[in-house]
Write a protein that binds this ligand. Sequence first.
Ligand code: MSP
Length: 501
Amino acid sequence: MSRFYATTPIYYVNAEPHLGHAYTTIVGDALSRWHRLLGDEVLYLTGTDEHGLKIQQAADAAGLAPKDFADQIAPKFADAWQRLDIANDDFIRTTEERHRAAVRELLQRCYDAGDIELDTYRGKYCVACEEYFTEDELLEGSLCPVHKRPVDDFEEENYFFRLSRFEDRLLEHYRTHPNAIVPEFRANEALGLIRSGLRDFSVSRTSLSWGIPLPWDPAHVAYVWFDALTNYLAAVGFGDGTDRYQDWWPVNYHLIGKDIIRHHCVYWPAMLMSAGVELPRGWAVGGWLLVDGEKMAKSSGNVVTPLDLVDIVGVDGFRYYVLADTAYGNDGDFSYDGLVGRYNADLANNLGNLAARVATVVAKKCGGVGPAPSADSALAEIATAVVADTTRRWDEVAPHRALEATWSLIHAANSYLETHEPWKMEPGAAVDAVMGDALEALRLVTILASPALPGTAQVLWERLGMTGAVTDQRIGPDTEWGGYLGGVNVTKGDPLFPRIT
Ligand code: MSP
């Protein structure tokens, strides 16, 4: 059995979970669920980033010690993910001992390799980014290019990671692994960052105590990005004195937003090379969900809370929207009308309608018992192509295309019914044949859509008369045409996705 390990960024605990965080987390969840359907053993990791100046300042403002502050916020992420039906296998907090051990191990390895050295840093620092900028990177008026806020002057003795030594090795790695970063245009962005020249980056602070002390010089704490990135190794046991982390490492995909390409696709692989750890197999880079053209962020004051949206369209309606509405990699524009429009079109009308109409006709014309499909159905060929296409699209980490492929089977089944009009037929073999085919198409759709709509898929699965969990189905053996055996009770139930007016 193969293993599939995927991660989300770990989220800063200075803000409560918002749509932007939910977006990356849902994509990773759906991708992981797809891999479970493929039969892979899956580890899906998320967590919280709790050290650094930004968190220290937020805690100060709340009048709390940083750890107490983090203890209040971290569970809000865990709860939000539970409400959104995120099946993460682990949740890592950077204040945990396993994480501290991993960070110390990685630092020590890079230090021993001679790639971490002491130097003095003078420059501009944006606390919101936890990142230094050069003068020419700043906007007019010395503003941070990301947050458009004033940066701070900083002068400090820091340890530096000699990133500049890794330029050729990084370029060589990406040259020999051309598909490591998806989508392709995001890979070009990473390559552009490397080609434009790599500056050493500081990996320690003395002006701050809220962090992990360097093993060889405890007057310094680790820079928050060095600390944070290591979570991906910490969760699989790196730093516990064994090689057990290699059971899961290298990770298959780091799911990240485009804002953190530099850290993940440049800093991180260089750190790993220095430490003698294998590089990630893949990075899947998403765009931002914009609200009125701006990145949603606490500092912009345009935060949309995912759980409020769930009240409108349900958990699966919300999951479907973020997966289907934005081409992963591109920016997406969030709007209420877009959310409701897509819900009504794809879920209430297409999927919901197909399910309701099939159950109604089976009740009226087949005595409520689902007939078996025919082997030579016109839908069979379409279904086989849809399974292959859906698989290919998930493999490319293109959920919007995967769902589009799956939905094409819904469209095909709906037009099949419209062509044959079984509701006008007399009960008998002809109607049974049509309904068996429609039920089989629905069975396949239910499996294929389950990574996006886990809750609804299970309900529909049972309404079709299928037993067990839809998540136990396997792409391949269970997605061949003809798996619906028939002779089982089909139930209609309440509308799966009531129309929103
Ligand atoms: N803590 C760091 C990541 C460390 S990973 C080793 C961090 N945290 S964050 O909470 O600010 O944001 C994490 C990620 O959430 C972003 O990089 C991005 O992937 C995602 N998003 C945050 N806001 C977003 C949108 N408005 N839209 C889409 N994703 C966004 O950066």
